[in-house]
Design a protein. Structure first.
Length: 108
């Protein structure tokens, strides 16, 4: 796989959802807040690594770097799950992301 994109990430999340459908709740809007909270917890774990181990180890120690990237992946997985809960497509995300970027480029 050369470049991972949101469409592929959402497909992965759907595969996981199918795999654990008897253990996990359906990806519906009423579960979106719960998934968002899990995403924030994972983001906190990223910050915890930076706080406890520092930038230098993230850049120089392969074990710490891998741990850091894994937590980033967990956060991104929950981000995609939140998108699925609210039926946000990668195309919608791209459209709004590009518009937001263009706005930000004009901001200051």
């Amino acid at each position: 796989m050369k470049d991972l994109n949101f469409k592929q990430m959402q497909e992965f999340q759907k595969q996981l959802q199918d795999q654990y459908q008897d253990k996990w709740p359906a990806l519906t809007p009423d579960k979106g807040k719960e998934k968002l909270l899990w995403m924030l917890i994972e983001a906190g774990e990223i910050a915890d690594i930076l706080k406890k181990k520092g930038d230098k180890l993230v850049m120089e120690d392969p074990t710490v770097r891998n741990e850091f990237i894994e937590e980033m992946c967990d956060t991104l997985m929950y981000f995609n799950t939140v998108m699925l809960c609210y039926d946000i497509t990668p195309e919608e995300l791209q459209e709004v992301y590009v518009k937001k970027h263009l706005t930000n480029m004009q901001r200051w």
